[in-house]
Design a binder for this molecule. Structure first.
Ligand code: GDP
Ligand code: MG
Length: 747
């Protein structure tokens, strides 16, 4: 869209300066070309960068120059600002290309404001040539919308010629000014009309010329048809005035030069002085009053200028507030993009890292993530604020909120990733640490304090989590909090320690069960062994009443319940040190009783295995048969009542079979109170607690097995079989005794 590079202006400037690189900027930049096209935004932007104006914020100034063609405007600008605007050559007297050019002040004169940008409007004088008043009007509007100072160049001899071309131009300026402010009544922005009276002879005092010009302008203002609402407005509502007279450049070159140098010093920052009007342009402060400034940040100027020109060229009503808002939106978005690029540089690697660990499932806490997040966020906001806060306040605030939304949405994800990694790792580490400590305790064999281990490791785990979480949050940001997550974390730790405690309880229960098994193995074994001794009735050497065969089940039940009670106490004591709850202990006890019963039952079954039992019966019988009441072995003689002894001993032993067949109280003949002793299933027992338990008849009703059945050790068939086999064995003993009696005789 650039103009062809070979398109040269009359005095050799490229029409589109800058297009062939920065070197061409030496001559300024064309803002509007002769076709009224604003094609030069990139160039204007580049030019402002090239001249280091872009980052000056509001610290720059814009001056435009007006006046009839060939009144030495460009010549004056070049003299004042060291610029290189094209000047009509003396020889040719031919009009240069139309358009608006912009150049930065290059004067080395001291006391000038920084970053003065000068716009030179080139064009045909429509009034004189009867053509193209359109461009004049449009360029005036453009200059007014952007410039703080409008220089009006007039020949001294034209002052007071109300019909002169300059007055026509001023009328245009005032008209477009009213049009401009129709939309922008709230704006306080004013402009300075700076009259430069050329070819000043010095015969008429400047004061008089000023008065004449002011009267003329008053008249022009009066003649304007003002838009509704502005009928009573005064020219002073919009403009300040300043005047300078300059001698003829060609006839009085030295004076011209020194007056121009004097004039140049006025282009500095000023302030409103009540005496200003009285000072007649010889004012003390500079011409740049803050209220003249259009408040377009330098980095947005190119875009703004384009928007303004676009509106002007399409004959739309120029609405500066809307233009400023549009500019603010455009620039804030641009600045946001730049700011986010920087933000991305810091944040994206973390996001990638988190995504990677999420994919592999390995939780990972990123060190110093919080510091990086805080810095990236603060930097983004600060950078945005620095650049964007100069624009329309409402837009800036909105965009700032948008930026925070963008950064925070991503930081939030990072934070929650970090917290959930800390959570996951923390729970794992906690579980490992507790299990490790338990194992170490077990190895040492000493009784370790499980509850203490859990307490210690919980503290460690909470501290570790909190330090990661504290590092990761951003202070003063409402979403950035870890307290809720920490509550969940603590709950999970409790869950884990609860599970570990249950494991620990199970281990304890297993140990206690083993202890019960070994105790019952000994004591119950002893009880059954005593059956082998038909005379004593019991192996337990006891004082007082002699244990009877009949009382075997009473003794077994008592032994059993005492052993289990003992075990229960051990269990409860140890469990209390785990911080186990009363319910958990209750469940443990209940399980222990049930399991102990199973142990007892299997021990009984083992003793009652056919071979074992037959052996016991035989021993019992032999004891009764072969020994007398005093325990002395009998030597059978043929005269002895072998048959009588045999029958008594056999019958006595045979009574053991029904006795042993059923676990019954010796006196009442009822089964042991197994159901009451085991007790009902505790409310706290879970399915897992019941899973590995053997059903007990009479206790677990659904089993359809009664307490009687549960406590029946030998069924009828077995009893009969046993009886037959025992009798055979007894018969054998008898026969042998008989033989020995006869044999003793023959010896
Ligand atoms: P512009 O069209 O207003 O920009 O005028 P230029 O700066 O191109 O100058 C037009 C002509 O006026 C040139 O030939 C200049 O040499 C001449 N000129 C420049 N300064 C003065 C001056 O102070 N007095 C007079 N009478 N002519 C001048
Ligand atoms: Mg010119």
């Amino acid at each position: 869209a650039y103009t062809a590079p070979d398109k040269m202006t009359a005095n050799g400037h490229f029409a589109s300066a800058g297009q062939n690189g920065e070197a061409n900027f030496e001559n300024g930049v064309q803002v509007i070309d002769e076709d009224k096209d604003f094609k030069q935004v990139p160039d204007l932007s580049k030019y402002l960068n090239y001249t280091n104006v872009s980052h000056s914020g509001f610290n720059y100034h814009l001056i435009s120059v007006f006046g009839s063609q060939s009144t030495g405007k460009s010549t004056l600008l070049n003299a004042l600002f060291g610029t290189d605007f094209s000047v009509m050559s003396e020889a040719e007297r031919r009009q240069t290309t139309k358009g608006i050019w912009l150049s930065k002040n290059k004067s080395t004169q001291a006391n000038m404001a920084e970053n003065i940008l000068v716009m030179d409007v080139e064009g045909t004088d429509g009034r004189e040539r009867g053509e193209d008043q359109d461009f004049e009007r449009k360029s005036s509007l453009f200059a007014l919308a952007t410039s703080e100072v409008l220089m009006v160049n007039v020949w001294e001899h034209q002052v007071g010629l109300y019909q002169g071309a300059n007055m026509g131009l001023l009328k245009t300026v005032f008209e477009v000014n009213l049009q401009l402010f129709l939309k922008d009544r709230k704006s306080t922005s004013r402009s300075l009309l700076y009259f430069v009276i050329r070819d000043f002879l010095g015969t008429t005092p400047l004061q008089n010329l000023r008065n004449t010009l002011m009267q003329d302008m008053g008249r022009i203002w009066q003649s304007l048809s003002k838009p509704p609402g502005l009928e009573k407005s005064s020219i002073d509502d919009y403009f300040d005035f300043a005047f300078t007279a300059l001698p003829h450049k060609l006839y009085q070159p030295e004076q011209f030069k020194s007056e121009v140098a004097k004039m140049a010093t006025r282009f500095r920052d000023g302030h409103r002085d009540p005496r200003r009007d009285a000072l007649l342009g010889e004012f003390e402060g500079g011409v740049f009053l803050p209220e003249y400034h259009r408040r377009i940040p330098a980095d947005g100027f190119a875009h703004y200028a384009e928007g303004i020109w676009d509106q002007i060229v399409h004959n739309k009503d120029l609405d500066l507030p809307t233009q400023q808002e549009l500019l603010a939106q455009f620039r804030c978005d641009e600045i946001m993009r730049e700011v986010m690029l920087l933000f991305d540089e810091t944040i994206t690697p973390f996001e990638t890292q988190q995504a990677d660990s999420a994919r592999t499932g390995a939780a990972e806490v990123i060190p110093s993530l919080g510091a990086a997040m805080r810095q990236a966020r603060a930097e983004a906001i600060k950078n945005f604020e620095t650049e964007a806060s100069r624009y329309h306040k409402g837009v800036y605030q909105r965009k700032r909120t948008e930026l925070e939304g963008k950064t925070d949405a991503r930081l939030k994800v990072l934070l929650s990733g970090q917290l959930s990694a800390a959570h996951k790792l923390g729970v794992q580490e906690f579980s490992d640490a507790v299990s490790g400590a338990v194992k170490a305790g077990q190895k040492k064999g000493a009784s370790y304090d499980f509850a203490e281990i859990v307490r210690e490791q919980t503290q460690v785990a909470l501290k570790r989590f909190e330090s990661i979480a504290k590092e990761a949050v951003i202070e003063g940001v409402s979403w950035s909090d870890y307290k809720q997550v920490m509550v969940l974390y603590q709950k999970d730790l409790d869950k884990v320690s609860g599970q570990l405690r249950r494991d620990e309880m199970r281990r304890l229960a297993t140990r206690v069960e083993r202890w019960v098994r070994s105790r019952l193995n000994d004591s119950i074994g002893l009880e059954f062994n005593s059956l082998g001794s038909g005379r004593s009735g019991s192996g337990a050497p006891e004082h007082g009443e002699k244990p009877t065969e009949k009382g075997i089940w009473d003794r077994i039940w008592n032994l059993f319940t005492a052993t289990v009670q003992d075990a229960e106490k051990r269990f409860a004591d140890r469990a209390a040190s785990f911080d186990a709850s009363a319910e958990e202990v209750e469940v443990g006890r209940w399980r222990l009783r049930r399991k102990s019963w199973a142990v007892l039952r299997s021990k009984i079954d083992e003793e009652m295995m056919e071979g074992n039992l037959l052996l016991k019966l035989r021993e019992n019988f032999e004891d009764k048969f072969r020994y007398d009441e005093a325990g002395v072995p009998r030597i059978w003689r043929p005269t002895d009542d072998i048959e009588g002894v045999y029958t008594r001993a056999r019958e006595s032993t045979l009574t053991l079979i029904p006795l042993l067949s059923r676990f019954r109280h010796s006196e009442s003949g009822v089964p042991p109170p197994l159901d009451r002793w085991v007790g009902p299933t505790p409310a706290a027992a879970t399915a897992a607690d019941e899973e590995d338990l053997t059903p007990i008849g009479g206790v677990d009703e659904e089993e359809g097995k009664s307490l009687e059945e549960e406590t029946t050790i030998l069924n009828e068939a077995k009893r009969q079989d046993l009886t037959v086999r025992f009798k055979k064995a007894a018969d054998g003993v008898y026969v042998e005794a008989k033989r020995s009696a006869i044999g003793g005789m023959t010896q």
